[in-house]
Design a binder for this molecule. Structure first.
Ligand SMILES: C[S@@+](CC[C@H](N)C(=O)[O-])C[C@H]1O[C@@H](n2cnc3c(N)ncnc32)[C@H](O)[C@@H]1O
Length: 270
């Protein structure tokens, strides 16, 4: 019996179909949920700058359980919002949870394989670049759904970040033995009961060098701004959030020590 090698898209779909609960709740108690809060704040502020009293069409790719896009739809009823994700369980959950919001729709979309036959004023992806099979192809699809000057906002993992390297080394150590994984998860559970346990080799997220992302963008987009986020590997729950907030204050606009694990890019379609 031959076993079929799973594509990255299949691995993502399987993983995120099972993580609906985790991506629904935004406790703010760990570094990931702090990063999610910050990236949503920046995205909202940026859209507000251009579309405060105007109509605007917004597409979120990889919307997970729908929290970000529903916050934007709630924030301004002139904004028509569409949330999309590769994982059907996420979309099913979002459709049910946010059915009262008239300016908000959801649909299943794999941006590696398909696009929406419409254009949008704003397209954003939070924590999605890094799970895709082909970023160049996805960015071409995204560009084809935008008009000149439409806004693209997205985050990517910075592969040169000190904290990311620390986190990666820890996962390599954990992956080397199931005993380490058990020990790590039991400590994590003691610190935070609702934390997602570490699952060996489930971490399929690929970080990038800044230069690589810039070169992928240069043909179709003009970068307007870039900020660093998430200044901690997040091993110590709310303590990590505190130290992360402190470093973010000083380094989010200029991060010469490469501390931020995530970068957020704001770009315009050429
Ligand atoms: C880390 S989660 C982030 C969820 C959400 N953006 C947030 O900030 O809460 C990444 C999301 O990207 C989705 N995703 C992964 N590959 C995708 C693809 N090819 N097309 C669309 N969505 C994808 C996953 O299903 C998952 O919901």
């Amino acid at each position: 019996m031959g076993s079929k090698v799973k594509s990255l898209n299949d691995v993502s779909k399987n993983r995120f179909n099972k993580e609906v609960k985790f991506w629904t709740e935004d406790s703010g108690k760990d570094i990931i949920s702090w990063e999610r809060k910050r990236r949503l704040e920046i995205t909202k502020k940026e859209i507000e700058t251009y579309y405060k009293d105007k109509k605007c069409t917004i597409l979120e790719i990889g919307c997970g359980a729908g929290f970000n896009i529903s916050e934007l739809a709630k924030h301004n009823e002139n904004w028509t919002c569409l949330g999309t994700d590769i994982a059907p369980q996420m979309i099913q959950h979002a459709k049910k949870k946010y059915k009262q919001q008239k300016n908000l729709q959801f649909e299943v979309l794999n941006i590696d394989k398909a696009k929406i036959k419409k254009t949008f004023d704003v397209i954003f992806l939070m924590g999605v670049i890094g799970y895709l099979e082909d970023n160049k192809r996805a960015l071409e699809k995204i560009a084809s759904m935008m008009k000149k000057d439409s806004l693209l906002i997205f985050t990517y993992g910075n592969s040169q970040s000190v904290f990311r390297i620390l986190r990666f080394s820890t996962s390599c150590l954990l992956d080397s033995s199931p005993h380490f994984v058990r020990l790590y998860n039991s400590i994590k559970k003691k610190i935070r009961k609702d934390a997602l346990p570490y699952s060996p080799l489930a971490n399929i997220f690929v970080p990038f060098k800044k230069k690589r992302i810039h070169s992928l963008l240069e043909e179709k987009f003009k970068i307007v701004d870039e900020e660093a986020l998430c200044f901690s590997a997040g091993f110590f729950g709310s303590l990590s959030v505190k130290s992360g907030k402190f470093l973010e204050k000083y380094f989010h606009k200029n991060d010469p020590l490469k501390l931020g694990m995530t970068n957020l890019i704001i770009a315009r379609k050429k």
